[in-house]
Every structure is written in structure tokens, then in C-alpha cells.
Design a protein around this ligand. Structure first.
Ligand code: ZN
Length: 474
């Protein structure tokens, strides 16, 4: 694979903040994805001459929450700047952003490296800025479309930009990091994945060569794929004896390649100037302490607490706490069910969710139903395997719970059990001969057959003992 030490990757992640209104006007950002194009606009976010922006303090507060969660130093005073550029997605011909002094800097986030070891990634800075409008190229891409539509609903949505140092050595590390960062943002309630978007730019250099930036990658899976593809491309260029050009590229998920977008400009080229329509904003210590006091428990804090308080192994604690909804679901369950037992069943639930490629939010599973099921399993009225089968079905069809319980309830009737085992033994003459020849492993096979025949309504342990006894008396 790669010689990892020669690769340097840094990330710039843009998070749309979960505010009710835009960053510099009072246009609503709620249900923006479903809104009629250009229906959430006003003279300010359309950049009409004479319109004056006003800062949304909630957006600043959310930025401070992120900064605190990432251990950053927060600037005592901030101001905004105009980043000048000419493009239809920004009708003012400049974007209001932060450049000279970031909202916060010098933070860190602990993640895990390629080999599963702890690794600290430095957070260089955190900025606030407005999102540009959305362009839709109809009938092609940016260079060959028939025409382009512009939706200014997105124009002015607050973005928080989180910039890391080039501390990553492999694509996988960036995926692990982004996953953790997204979990933190969700815990902080500053980002809601169903309602808003998160995009990452990745810069990468190999062997100390020129930096290439890949723009606007959505999601952590594509981030990893884009970087794998770009590293492969750069290695090919180097092998051909050519030089890497400093440039900006775009990730095309359909072809799984990066394509050139433009030769990389330098930040200075944008001609930043101070935004005269906005005053400087003071962020005093009282405001910061007030926000700090209201910070929720964060993923890594929950992770440690679960291990300590409930004695849950670290992989499972990590899996539960990486999804806030799942963690909250678990915390409701353990009010009624013993925490370690509940965690083992949350693990089964996680496997079921993974298998279906969904999250708990996509299911119809309620706390009450899950508790009911766990209590039936705990009191041995339903076997573990039966419980698993029921869980797989009720996440989509909770109304079938009662029927499923009947279907999978444990067979208590000894006569029925005996009959079942006898039936299986009659069918499996070869296995019995094998057993007689000294192959004890065959019992496990017979246990499997009995469980299958009983529709998972018998415990493996009981089946094992009964079969063994029967075989010995044969
Ligand atoms: Zn507006």
C-alpha cells in the first residue's frame, strides 16, 4: 500500500448550522430542502444594493459551542470580512466570511489512526461564513450544461468551517475523524443531518510535493474514496516522472475519480477587505462560561461513562455513543432493564441496523416495545435466537409484536420437545452413526437442526443436553 509517512492530508469541513434563520437576515432556514426555490429570500440574502446585514447571534453561539467542544481558544473580539469574487452563486460579488482573525483556533480532536491507535488531530481554526446559493446545471455539467438554475434559498445559511492541520496520513484516518466530528456536532445539536448538509474539502500532498485540493465532498465514505482515488492519481503522475500541479479538483462519485476544476488560487488573491456594514463583536468571558455550562455530555464523555458505570466493553460503548439517537434510546431502556443486558441487545439491534443499512431513526421501534421484548428474553419466555428474529421484524412492523411473540415463544412442553428431538434424530441417521464412531462434534450439528425445526423456540443449551442424553441411551 502507501508509504504513509509521505502523505499529508488536511481537511476543511463546512457544516450548515441548525439555526432557525440565516446568518445575516431573518429568512427561515427550516425545511429549506423542501422549500420552493427562491422562496426564502430577502434583499439582504439576494445582495440588493443598500441592504444591510445583521449578525445572527445564535450562529455565533453555535460556533462557540463547537470551539469549546474541540478545545479551541476563542477570540475575544471577532469581525467579518468580504471575500471578493465574481460568480452567480454570490449575487453581492463577495462572500461575508472570517479571514484575518478566526472565531477560534488551536483545538484538537482525538481520533484513531490506521492501526486503531489513538491519534490527536490539531484543529487550526474555526470560522463562520455564509453559504452561497445553489447552482443547478441542467442537461450537463458546469462546462457543457444547456443552462443553469440558481436557488438563493441556500444563500446566507450559516456555515461553520472547521480546519485541521495536515495531520492525516491515510484516507481511512480522515473517515474516522469526520465520523467523530459529525457525532460531536450532532450531540451539540448544532447540526442535523436530515435537514442540513456537511461538506468537506481535502488538501493532500505526497512526498512534500504541491498541494492539491479536492472540493465539496459529501459524507465520510466519499471522503475516503476521493482520497484513495487522488493518491492513486498522484502516484501515477509521479511514476511517469511528471510533477504534481497545484490545483483544485472536484470529486465525481459516479466515476470514482477526481477531475481538475481550476488552478489553485492563493487566499490573498481574493482581496479580502473588512466588512463595513457589521460591527466588531465582543465575545466576553461571561458569554463563554454561560455557553460552556450548557454544553451537553459529549460522545467521548458518554463513552467513558458507559464503560465505567455499566461495565460495557469499549467497542460496544463506542458503537452506541457514536449515534446520539442510539445512545438516548439506550439510556431510556436502562431505566427499566439491567444496563449490561440491555447493551448486549443494543448490540444485536446495531447489527440489524447495519444489515439493513439504516439508523435507529429509520425504524418504527419504540422504547416500550424493546423493553417488553428484553423482559421476555430475560425471563426466558423467548430464546435469544427467537428474540433476534422478533427484533429483526418489529423494527419495521411493530404491530406484529404479539403474533411474533406467540410464534417464537419458547417451547416449555417437555413432550413436545422430546418429540421434536426424536423427529430430528430419525431424519439424521448418518449423524448418529458418526456419533457412534466417536465424532462428538456432530451434536452441535444436531442442535442446529433442532433449533431450526423448532423455529428458534428452543435454547441451544437445553437442546444440547437433551440430544446428548438421547444419544447416550441409543
Ligand atoms: Zn434573507
Amino acid at each position: 500500500m502507501y508509504k504513509n509517512k509521505n502523505i499529508r492530508i488536511g481537511l476543511e469541513t463546512h457544516v450548515q448550522l441548525n439555526t432557525r434563520t440565516k446568518l445575516f437576515c431573518s429568512c427561515s432556514t427550516q425545511n429549506i430542502l423542501k422549500a420552493e426555490p427562491n422562496s426564502r429570500t430577502c434583499p439582504i440574502c439576494l445582495g440588493h444594493p443598500g441592504s444591510k446585514p445583521k449578525v445572527n447571534r445564535v450562529a455565533i453561539e453555535m460556533g462557540i459551542r463547537i470551539a469549546l467542544a474541540l478545545g479551541c481558544k476563542i477570540a475575544p473580539k471577532i469581525f467579518f470580512s468580504r471575500k471578493t469574487y465574481f460568480y452567480p452563486d454570490m449575487s453581492k460579488n463577495y462572500q461575508i466570511t472570517q479571514y484575518e482573525i478566526p472565531l477560534a483556533k488551536d483545538g484538537k480532536l482525538e481520533t484513531i489512526d490506521e492501526n486503531g491507535k489513538r491519534k490527536i488531530i490539531k484543529i487550526e481554526r474555526i470560522n463562520l461564513e455564509e453559504d452561497p446559493a445553489k447552482l443547478q446545471h441542467v442537461g450537463g455539467n458546469i462546462s457543457n450544461a444547456d443552462y443553469t438554475l440558481i436557488d438563493y434559498n441556500r444563500s446566507g445559511i450559516p456555515l461553520c468551517e472547521i480546519v485541521t492541520a495536515p495531520d492525516f496520513s491515510t484516507p481511512k484516518e480522515t473517515r474516522m475523524f469526520l465520523k467523530r466530528l459529525m457525532a460531536i456536532l450532532e450531540y451539540l445539536r448544532v447540526f442535523i443531518p436530515e435537514k442540513f448538509s456537511i461538506k468537506t474539502d481535502a488538501n493532500i500532498s505526497i512526498n512534500g510535493g504541491k498541494r492539491v485540493e479536492i472540493k465539496n465532498i459529501t459524507g465520510f465514505l466519499d471522503l475516503e474514496k476521493a482520497l484513495i482515488s487522488e493518491i492513486f492519481r498522484q502516484r501515477c503522475v509521479i511514476e511517469r516522472g511528471e510533477e504534481i500541479v497545484r490545483e483544485t479538483r472536484a470529486w465525481v462519485p459516479e466515476t470514482k475519480t477526481t477531475v481538475p476544476l481550476r488552478k489553485k488560487e492563493f487566499e490573498e488573491d481574493y482581496g479580502y477587505i473588512f466588512e463595513p456594514d457589521l460591527t466588531k463583536i465582543e465575545i466576553n468571558k461571561d458569554w463563554i462560561s454561560e455557553i460552556k455550562e450548557k454544553l451537553p455530555e459529549l460522545p467521548h464523555q458518554k463513552f467513558e461513562r458507559y464503560q465505567k458505570e455499566f461495565n460495557i466493553r469499549s467497542e460496544l460503548a463506542s458503537a452506541i455513543t457514536s449515534d446520539l439517537d442510539l445512545a438516548q434510546f439506550y439510556e431510556k431502556i436502562i431505566k427499566e432493564v439491567e444496563p449490561k443486558f440491555a447493551a448486549s441487545w443494543i448490540n444485536v439491534l446495531i447489527k440489524t441496523l447495519h444489515y439493513n443499512n439504516i439508523t435507529i431513526k429509520d425504524t418504527k421501534l419504540t422504547k416500550d416495545l424493546f423493553v417488553k421484548l428484553l423482559k421476555l428474553i430475560q425471563s426466558k419466555k423467548v430464546t435469544d435466537l427467537g428474540g433476534e428474529m422478533i427484533l429483526r421484524k418489529i423494527i419495521f412492523n411493530p404491530e406484529k409484536f404479539e403474533i411474533l411473540i406467540k410464534e417464537y415463544s419458547k417451547i416449555e412442553d417437555m413432550n413436545k420437545l422430546n418429540k421434536l428431538i426424536e423427529d430430528v434424530l430419525k431424519e439424521e441417521e448418518r449423524a448418529i452413526n458418526d456419533y457412534r464412531a466417536g465424532n462428538e462434534k456432530v451434536i452441535q450439528f444436531l442442535v442446529g437442526q433442532v433449533i431450526r425445526k423448532s423455529s428458534k423456540r428452543i435454547d441451544a443449551k437445553i437442546a444440547y443436553e437433551m440430544i446428548k442424553k438421547k444419544l447416550e441411551t441409543l
